[in-house]
Unconditional design. Structure first.
Lengths: 427, 425
């Protein structure tokens, strides 16, 4: 064990963190660009990682690149976009088998890092210096299809709609990949400038995890960034608004058998020393099959098929999601609020508190058994003054008292009630 | 009990396997340095097992569809509270699932491994059903079945299976139907429980931060010896043909979804070697590096986040499935058929074969990172009569000729079904 995080500053605003851990049979290298979430730039930014990871100068064709990755034992070059607080986070990532398993003993692992650097710092462009048109059109189409596809999963769709309404007019209210219309409106000309701007001014977090020697990898990035004129990242504090005086209610109809009810709460500002209490409160309320929401709203009253709480620490919001019969939506809402009042009043038994702690510590301690889990964890930590390991976070959770949980619950204010209602019945 | 150590020279890993005197096969895969432990206790009993014959009875027995899944729900509950409440005291994250061919109960934990394992072994061995609890569950499962009626991914699969199979129970929803679960009684539940939850028909796999000796001691204390009874699965004869080659349903989706499957003649389970051949074959045929994927993308027919392939096989059924979202599923199906015909005519190039084999090999090695993956894979391989490291060796030993031969026996265009779920308007 003993996963030590080694930190190196590559240059202004660029941090390299590595955890060498030879328990893993592979390595994972992720480069994340953190940039303010803005409606005007969201779609262009989100399209960059998938376009760039399609090809490189050496493998200037999608199929050639895929063939090369297969030859490297099914290595992966992947791209994604997410929101963390009011920041848009664009990630490019290489994963691949550790050298010791290569069938003919070939050294493959440094190759993944070189490949990732080549697509980031020297991406393929056409004669006019733009990203190739076929890559652009391909990824634009797929981005639109991805947005459409999210509508197919009604639970995700309802959650996204509630977030949009809750955070209307705020950076967090923008879809992580921009709106469908913004993606369709993009022109190829905008993309290279968007990329250059990210390389110059985004906060950049590099994570090298698993079975690999981080030093040569850090060297690659150091050399590459020497050629980039870095500017200090602009301060962009996350908006943490007070909840509306009266909750906003929105109901939308869809032809589905089961309705989805999502309650959006504001937690206000969460100081670092209160993070653990908020995390734990969310678990006590609706994070496990023995939480208050699950046991009462689902099991005891049979008002819904699922009922759970999801806490967004970086943004200071908490969503309670449930799947209900349309006619039960009103009663389910009342019961959810009643359970929250119980937590606010400190009506949490020792067993409930202990169970929530054990469950949360269990998930925190499991983080380090997965490279993907480690990547998400350490990325989420960059907003803190001091980075915590999952073990330190678990220790902090264990020390939280019932009163601290109640205090956290009392800071939560209901802001938005969203219902995706089945047709033909009134909520 | 005697544990045999099985080693893989290729990965440097090893695990222990043995049969407990109670009848239960046990697999233990310690992972030094792992924080978590993952345990899975399951029975070779899934939704397709509606007709069976016990070795101590002469006549076969047929029961209503949905009992395996119903039992899964009920076992979580016992006289002294449900299993979730008991796990709450250990911090384990627990779950259970019913598939076509097995029912499994599992947990993952970082502390209190012994206590969690004790809970698992206890509640799965303690059935408790009354008229009243069965009635309540009929309501809950009825709602679950209706929820799946809204799920386009679920519908597109079962519509395909319904069009592919004349008789095989794989075509019936895992949870059964509202009508079939209405017929379930405590007697049916006890009958199926005592038939399929015989330890000889089950397996326990534990991977991660474990001491094998501790698990064995716990097994000695907790396992109730089972009669040496075996159970035979019985299926009505299934014609080679499909019922319908195309099926479509309209649902509120933004874009059409499809599953395109090729039915195979299946007797028992498919051996490791053939599974490995199929995995490499599908990599050659439809990975990102394949000419097919290139064409589908260039034509705007599929997207990378949804397009997928699967070898769907179990007792008495097997089919290769291509799935995803597409504006034009019929053209996707036509392109897939065209590429299969081309590969059959022209053969697979050595370079394409080598690449695909390396990718499959790498993926299988990396899957040994996770205790969860290891334990899940070990139990499903056990139920299929296969073995963890043996599969990796089969992949490493494959030749191009093997894969070409496999191509000639799979994916017959005359036995394909295209299932589409399309938008309402």
């Amino acid at each position: 064990m003993g996963e030590e995080v080694e930190v190196q500053k590559i240059c202004e605003g660029v941090t390299f963190r590595s955890i060498r851990d030879d328990r893993f049979k592979n390595m994972r290298l992720a480069v994340s660009f953190l940039t303010p979430m803005r409606k005007e730039t969201a779609a262009a930014n989100a399209l960059l990682p998938p376009i760039m990871s399609r090809t490189s100068r050496e493998y200037p064709d999608y199929t050639k690149m895929a063939e090369h990755l297969s030859e490297l034992y099914g290595a992966g070059l992947s791209a994604d976009v997410q929101k963390l607080g009011d920041m848009q986070v664009l990630s490019l990532r290489a994963t691949g088998l550790a050298d010791r398993y290569a069938l003919e003993g070939e050294a493959v692992s440094l190759e993944y890092s070189k490949l990732l650097c080549s697509v980031i710092f020297d991406p393929l462009r056409d004669g006019e210096g733009k990203f190739p048109e076929d890559s652009f059109l391909q990824e634009q189409r797929q981005a639109v299809e991805m947005l459409d596809s999210e509508r197919n999963d009604k639970r995700t769709y309802a959650r996204q709609r509630c977030e949009e309404i809750l955070c209307e007019g705020e950076p967090y209210g923008v879809n992580r990949a921009g709106s469908r219309e913004d993606v369709l409106r993009l022109s190829r000309e905008e993309l290279v400038p968007a990329w250059e701007s990210l390389l110059r001014s985004a906060q950049i977090e590099i994570l090298a995890l698993g079975c690999c020697d981080p030093q040569p990898v850090a060297r690659l990035f150091r050399e590459a960034f020497e050629k980039i004129p870095r500017e200090p990242a602009e301060p962009f504090p996350t908006v943490r608004r007070e909840a509306r005086a009266e909750p906003k209610r929105v109901e939308e109809k869809m032809d589905v058998a089961q309705s989805k009810l999502v309650l959006g709460f504001r937690t206000g500002d969460v100081p670092e020393e209160e993070e653990s209490a908020f995390r734990l409160m969310s678990v006590v309320l609706g994070g496990t099959p023995h939480s208050k929401l699950f046991l009462n709203v689902r099991e005891k009253l049979s008002l819904c098929y699922y009922c759970s709480a999801r806490f967004q620490l970086q943004k200071g919001i908490l969503l309670v999601e449930s799947g209900v019969e349309t006619k039960n939506a009103g009663r389910a809402e009342q019961e959810i609020l009643r359970q929250l009042d119980e937590v606010r009043a400190g009506h949490v038994t020792e067993e409930e508190l202990a169970a929530a702690k054990l469950s949360l510590c269990n998930s925190l301690r499991t983080v380090e058994d997965y490279l993907g889990g480690m990547e998400s964890w350490y990325l989420s930590q960059v907003f803190r003054g001091r980075i915590l390991t999952p073990e330190e976070a678990a220790a902090a959770v264990s020390a939280v008292t019932c009163e601290q949980v109640a205090q956290a619950a009392r800071k939560m204010k209901l802001d938005t009630v969203y219902c995706l209602a089945g047709k033909g019945e009134e909520a | 009990m005697k544990l045999e150590e099985r080693k893989s020279a290729r990965t440097g890993d090893s695990y222990f396997a043995g049969k407990h005197p109670s009848g239960l096969p046990i697999y233990l895969f310690p992972k030094p340095g792992s924080h978590s432990t993952y345990a899975i206790f399951g029975t070779r009993y899934g939704s397709v097992d509606t007709t069976f014959r016990r070795s101590d009875e002469s006549a076969p027995c047929t029961v209503p569809p949905g009992i395996a899944h119903f039992l899964e729900h009920k076992l979580f509950e016992s006289e002294d509270g449900d299993a979730f409440a008991r796990y709450a005291r250990t911090g384990a994250s627990a779950n259970a699932y019913t598939s076509f061919d097995s029912t499994c109960y599992l947990f993952s934990c970082t502390e209190n491994v012994r206590e969690s394992l004790e809970i698992l072994l206890d509640f799965v061995q303690s059935p408790y059903f009354t008229e009243q609890t069965v009635q309540k569950e009929q309501g809950i499962i009825g709602q679950e079945i209706r929820m799946y009626d809204d799920d386009p991914q679920w519908r597109v699969l079962f519509n395909m299976l319904g069009a592919m199979y004349h008789n095989h129970p794989v075509k019936t929803d895992i949870a059964g139907t509202v009508e079939s679960i209405a017929q379930i009684t405590p007697e049916y539940l006890y009958r199926c429980y005592h038939t399929f939850y015989n330890l000889n028909n089950m397996a326990l796999c534990v991977a991660g931060n474990i001491d094998p000796q501790m698990v064995v001691e716990l097994a000695d204390r907790m396992l109730k010896p089972s009669e040496p009874v075996t159970v035979e699965r019985i299926f009505a004869p299934e014609p080679d043909s499909v019922l319908q080659s195309r099926v479509e349903q309209k649902l509120p989706v933004a874009a059409p979804l499809f599953q395109f499957g090729f039915k195979e003649t299946a007797a028992g389970r498919v051996p490791s070697r053939k599974l490995a051949q199929t995995e490499v074959l599908l990599e050659v045929l439809a990975s990102d590096a394949s000419p097919l994927m290139r064409r589908l993308l260039d034509e705007g027919l599929v997207n990378e986040f949804s397009f997928d392939t699967e070898y769907f096989e179990g007792p008495g059924y097997a089919c290769v499935i291509f799935s995803g979202e597409s504006a034009d599923p019929d053209r996707v199906a036509a392109e897939i058929k065209k590429e299969i015909a081309r590969l059959r005519a022209e053969g697979i190039s050595q370079a394409a074969f080598e690449r695909a084999k390396k990718a499959v090999y790498g993926r299988n090695i990396v899957s040994l990172n996770s205790a969860e993956n290891i334990a899940n894979t070990m139990i499903s391989l056990h139920f299929a009569g296969n073995e963890l490291f043996g599969y990796l060796e089969e992949v490493a030993a494959l030749t191009r000729g093997d894969v070409e031969a496999r191509l000639r026996e799979q994916m017959d265009p005359e036995r394909s079904v295209l299932s589409v779920v399309s938008p309402i308007s």
